[in-house]
Design a protein around this ligand. Structure first.
Ligand code: PMP
Length: 460
């Protein structure tokens, strides 16, 4: 078996040219719409959509389950699934029915009034993620922002501690990496930070409990905000004992543990919190729980609620900095109820996780057979490959293994053969309608992609 095959960059450039040409030729209508989008900043509805490989994004025609059809009439097996927003599949029937009912029969989306669905959803979130008290948002970003404010009220401390190369949405406090002396500095690419990072943030590497202990000892950290496994810089899994140590250190330092499971929900029906028996003080989730309808939530412990409630000056019911007019609206809450009750069920997770295992094994088999120095990591229903081996154990190490050319080659090779993975790195997610045939198709295309890359014959 070959080991650590090096990538021939000239060959990669030739292959990339071929894939780019094929992509352009296959998508004239998408290219035309992109070319005509003169009134969109960056020619896309949101700047990150420029991340899709090939020079322009595919334009959506239809999306059902895990099948996407673009405006050129081409269909794809979708493993990107809205970067987790569509973990329930696109337009799941139960969610669509509930949303229709709300819109057409009940009527009213933004009435400023609660509906009975809200308590059902709160109770269900408690069952899955342990915490007793919930508030709703429309995005995970907002859930993080508002929960950070509650953490500051509860602890009367100013700072948030995060892990290097984490992502929790466009939350000002989080875009930090450790500087030379361990003090937080802005991470590369941090767009328009409001204040120097060290005023708001402490930062350490994932899996480094000693550094965490050192930084918490300053006594100024309100909350450690973390994913139980990093998922936005490839998947970086916790080493054995790390998460238990984080919990102990937070308790000892009087710091709240704030767990963001927006992506790691893939670990199971109750996220990593239930699968790995974690004990958050604050819990954040967004994206998937509304089956595609904007939804998010944060949960707090009874103790956090007590501490926040004890601050008579904190304005939580008007314009004090926590909340959004559209948050908790009747449509969003009905979508969360239907999705949690009928779509993202324990049985659905069992199937999705089994498929992700099959997916991961397929990728690993090609890595082993060809000898490329890559790795693949699974986190429940999601799987991701990384151009590094062994798999990185910190965010910084994972960031250093980024390879834009390889990313583009793999993404285009996949898209040109009817498979979509996330535009950000190489993540694949399973949803309730993903099938073994879909997974096996990816395995087949991935094998062909790597074989061409490491091959020595002429490029076809
Ligand atoms: N938390 C995590 C862990 C995320 O990965 C993301 C987005 N990728 C967010 C929060 C923010 O989600 P949104 O952009 O939907 O607000």
């Amino acid at each position: 078996m070959p080991t650590d095959v090096t990538i021939d960059r000239t060959r990669l450039a030739t292959l990339l040219d071929r894939e780019r040409s094929a992509y352009t030729a296959a998508h004239p209508r998408s290219a035309e719409l992109f070319g005509a989008a003169d009134h969109l900043f960056g020619r896309v509805p949101m700047t990150w959509m420029a991340k899709w490989s090939g020079g322009f994004p595919l334009y959506l025609d239809t999306a059902h389950g895990n099948t996407i059809t673009d405006v050129d009439g081409r269909t794809y097996i979708d493993f990107a699934l809205g970067d987790t927003g569509a973990m329930a599949g696109h337009s799941p029937a139960a969610t669509v029915a509930a949303v229709r009912e709300r819109l057409e029969v009940g009527g009213g989306v933004t009435t400023m009034l609660p509906t009975a669905d809200a308590e059902w959803v709160g109770a269900e979130l408690s069952r899955r993620f342990k915490l007793p008290l919930w508030s709703f948002t429309l995005t995970a970003t907002d859930a993080n922002r508002w929960a950070i404010r509650l953490a500051r009220i509860a602890t009367r401390r100013p700072k948030i501690l995060v892990f290097s190369y984490c992502y929790h949405g466009s939350v000002d406090e989080i875009f930090a990496v450790p500087g030379p002396d361990g003090v937080a500095v802005a991470r590369p690419g941090n767009a328009g930070p409001p204040v120097p990072m060290d005023l708001t943030t402490r930062v350490v590497e994932f899996n480094d409990a000693a550094a965490l202990e050192r930084e918490l000892a300053h006594g100024d950290v309100a909350a450690v905000l973390m994913e139980p496994a990093l998922t936005n810089i490839g998947i970086v899994l916790p080493e054995p004992g790390f998460l238990e140590r984080v919990r102990e250190l937070c308790t000892a330092a009087g710091t709240l543990l704030m767990i963001d499971e927006t992506h790691t929900f893939s670990a199971g029906w109750g996220g990593a919190t239930t699968a790995w028996d974690l004990e958050p003080d604050i819990f954040v989730i967004g994206k998937s729980i509304g089956g595609g309808i904007p939804s998010g939530a944060y949960g707090i412990s009874a103790e956090v609620a007590r501490l926040v409630g004890a601050d008579a000056d904190a304005d939580l019911v008007d314009v004090g900095g926590v909340g959004g007019t559209l948050a908790g609206n009747a449509l969003s809450v009905s979508a969360m109820r239907a999705t949690l009750e009928q779509v993202l069920t324990p049985e659905a997770f069992d199937g999705m996780i089994a498929l992700a295992t099959r997916f991961t094994e397929g990728v690993q088999a090609t890595i082993d057979r060809t000898g490329v120095a890559w790795s693949v990591q699974q986190l429940g229903a999601r799987s991701e490959y990384r151009f590094a081996s062994p798999a990185p154990t910190t965010g910084t190490a994972s960031a250093e293994s980024a390879d834009d050319e390889l990313d583009e080659y793999v993404h285009l090779f996949m898209a040109n053969r009817g498979v979509l993975i996330t535009p950000f790195h190489n993540m694949a997610l399973m949803c309730p309608t993903t099938t073994t045939d879909d997974v096996d198709r990816h395995t087949e295309v991935f094998a062909a992609c790597v074989d061409e890359l490491v091959g020595t014959g002429p490029v076809a």
